[in-house]
Design a protein. Structure first.
Length: 138
């Protein structure tokens, strides 16, 4: 073998080694980046899920309180009007909490007793709730 052949062979071997090292480095970097990104996404989702879970538990408790109060008022609806409407006072996301009844009474947390101003029985939401024989929350 001549020196020229040996140098060409050594150059080819070095080129192959550089290619293999680059391929291994690329694969390792890609794997590390995927794991890092996956860990960041998982951590972010876990934080958001915990926040959402806390919010949902709070809303569930408020809905349960409203349901319990409505159940307790069965047969004497005027008894718990103030208690029912006050459920909205502690929640800044609730804009209004109103109660309309069959006798035309219409009470709102913000506006108070607006029975003479608005008849709830003429409203579509009241008619829908009455037709379904249920309480309507929107």
């Amino acid at each position: 073998m001549t020196i020229r052949t040996k140098l060409l062979l050594m150059g080819a071997v070095m080129a192959i080694l550089v290619g293999v090292i680059c391929a291994i480095g690329y694969h390792e970097s890609k794997t590390a980046l995927e794991e890092s990104t996956s860990s960041e996404i998982t951590a972010t989702v876990d934080v958001e899920a915990a926040t959402l879970n806390g919010w949902l538990l709070e809303k569930k408790q408020q809905a349960q309180s409203a349901a319990d109060l409505l159940t307790a008022m069965d047969g004497n609806p005027m008894q718990g009007d103030h208690s029912l409407l006050s459920l909205a006072s502690s929640d800044k996301e609730v804009i209004e909490f109103s109660r309309g009844s069959e006798d035309g009474t219409f009470l709102c947390w913000v506006d108070g007793d607006i029975t003479g101003e608005i008849d709830p029985r003429t409203r579509d939401w009241y008619k829908d709730a009455k037709a379904k024989n249920t309480t309507l929350f929107t």
